[in-house]
Write a protein that binds this ligand. Sequence first.
Ligand code: LMR
Length: 402
Amino acid sequence: HFSEVSYVDLPAVFHLSARHNADQHPEKVNLTIGAYRNEAGKPWVLPVVTKAESLLAADETLNKEYLSMGGLQSFTDAATRLVLGENSPVINEDRAVALQSLSGTGALHLAFQFIRQFYPGCKDILVSNPSWGNHKLMVDTIPGLNFVQYTYYDPATMGVDLEGMCRDLENAQDGSVVVLHACAHNPTGIDPTMAQWEKIAEVCKKKNHFPIFDLAYLGYATGDFDQDAASIRLFANLGFEFMVCQSFAKIMGLYCERIGCLIFAGKTAEIAHKCLSQMKIIVRSIYSNPPAHGARIASMCLNNREMRREWEDCVKEMHARIRRSREYLHTALKTLNVPGSWEHILQQNGMFSFTGLTKAQCELMIEKHHVYLLKSGRISMCGITKENAKYVANAMNDAILN
Ligand code: LMR
């Protein structure tokens, strides 16, 4: 039956990470995958997560019964308040509904499936150029949806090309779906300013576009949840219907627990709840109901006052550590006099830096220096430590001068 099936390459981010892991070079560096690393370059299980796990293990009232199709409500309610704010009119008017999802990817998949079934006029899913690689794969694998890119990044200024972005949103089919990175844009590390968000919202309103916010890095841009959620809250205050696809991978270090939330803000409470019921049927058809462990951890960290404070401190620490890694690399590049201005490494925010290195330069870094990075020039800042910054800067110097 399947003799025509051919091998396909793993997505670059996993393929390069696997190559790094198999590499025996003593000074190899992994700057590929967007996963937090501590000052020693190691994965970090947040202490508050370990605490939550011990409390859960000791709780005899818990069992392994199914969750409902929408997941653990104490988690989804708290996740919604985290994004929209404690005094959100959308929540107060009961127009926000939410489902637990298999991290951000699962939330996006549910969102796209829902769009395909219940938004039949819409074919085009507009995604920033560049964007997280998985956006294209996810849209392409749902028949009937078209992946269309809008201008986002201007390599000349290393900033947002607002004019190009607004022009593309303006020229798109009315009522298109627009995927927006709420903060800490992946891969560029460049976010619109609030004034730019207002312009973007204005065009989306005029064109009746439907925004889907990808929210994997809340807290990573500024260290502050409210500030990082300001883009979403702006659209909420302007009366948009929208979705948020929220991941708890990076912000609680719960990568393998696959814990996320799909939030939908509808025009009315009735519309929102009708849509929620349909989303639950989509869940039922794919995996029936979500796993409980990560949801219980996240619920505890969100709802228990003391643990919430501990978790917020962890997010601040991760944010501060990434800022320090930007300084390590920037200082090393300047000390070595590597050609180019490297201010952008300091100015970009979130987990990544879009270095501006060409594909050939990236290949040289990988093949000759064992420094693994995406061939778009994206590096995960978490992979940079005080110890390896000079080695990485040296490799960049060699790649540029070659
Ligand atoms: C990344 O962009 O590196 C992360 O979001 C991991 C992934 O799944 O691609």
